[in-house]
Design a protein around this ligand. Structure first.
Ligand code: HEM
Ligand code: HEM
Length: 193
């Protein structure tokens, strides 16, 4: 059994408490962010969409995702020598590329949006608290990247997440290996890779 200190860290047969907490926190934040967006697109203004937007304001959730992802990247780097191994072959290469893309997109998408907000002098509000006041400015190079890419990269992220969740379920229900278990914290005695 893992010692109390080891429970926090990763081991080759499962992700530790910190990695799992950060992973599921990311999943919850991303789910809420897209649920709010899709609900607004589908239903428009209604008591449900207003409630969702209140618990998950777009800019605040996006900023939290940036912080969570930066913490996660630092932790993943520190744990790099004892994390569960990737599957062998092309499946492992694809998984690695998708995971790296998640980190890159979850940093780039909100960072570009915050830069645009600054560049056009918009306020940055975190759950009602003004972190950056409104100002009179327009800095074109700060605004352009998000205007061009924010929305496109964000929908690409959603597509990759759909594939990632489908693969996690396929591992569990079809391949019946321990891949999902190691992110849930209960590694199965079966072979992982
Ligand atoms: C990981 C974090 C984020 C994700 C996944 C995300 C996702 C999205 C998506 C999918 C859209 C397009 C909505 C549509 O097609 O109607 C959008 C639009 C927008 N987002 Fe974000 N967002 C994030 C962070 C932020 C942050 C931090 C801010 C503000 C500081 C922000 C501000 C905006 C604005 C102003 C729009 C409308 C203009 C546009 O489409 O570029 N977002 N976001
Ligand atoms: C219900 C939703 C989700 C499920 C069932 C799920 C499942 C999993 C599983 C089983 C692993 C371990 C894969 C392995 O060890 O090879 C994993 C890892 C990972 N997941 Fe998810 N995931 C979900 C949502 C997300 C979301 C929303 C993101 C971010 C956009 C994400 C990003 C990652 C990353 C980056 C890893 C690699 C481990 C790390 O670097 O922390 N996952 N996920």
């Amino acid at each position: 059994m893992a010692s109390p200190t080891n429970r926090w860290r990763d081991t080759p047969d499962r992700y530790g408490l910190v990695s799992r907490l950060l992973h599921w926190l990311t999943a919850a934040q991303v789910t809420l962010l897209f649920a709010v967006l899709l609900a607004w697109k589908g239903v428009g203004e209604s008591p449900v969409t207003l409630f969702l937007a209140k618990i998950g304001p777009h800019g605040s959730l996006g900023a939290m995702l940036l912080v969570t992802t930066l913490l996660r990247a630092i932790w993943a780097y520190r744990q790099r020598h004892h994390r569960p191994p990737r599957p062998e072959g092309w499946a492992g290469v694809v998984a690695r590329c998708v995971h790296l893309a998640f980190y890159a997109l979850l940093i780039l998408i909100p960072a570009m949006a915050i830069l645009r907000q600054y560049g056009r002098g918009g306020p940055l509000i975190f759950y009602g608290k003004e972190l950056m006041p409104e100002a009179e400015r327009h800095i074109a190079w700060m605004v352009a990247p998000a205007d061009l890419l924010h929305s496109t990269l964000a929908w690409l992220l959603l597509g990759l997440i759909a594939g990632h969740v489908a693969m996690a379920l396929a591992h569990r229900l079809w391949l019946k290996d321990g891949i999902l278990a190691r992110m849930l914290g209960n590694p199965s005695p079966q072979q992982d890779t």
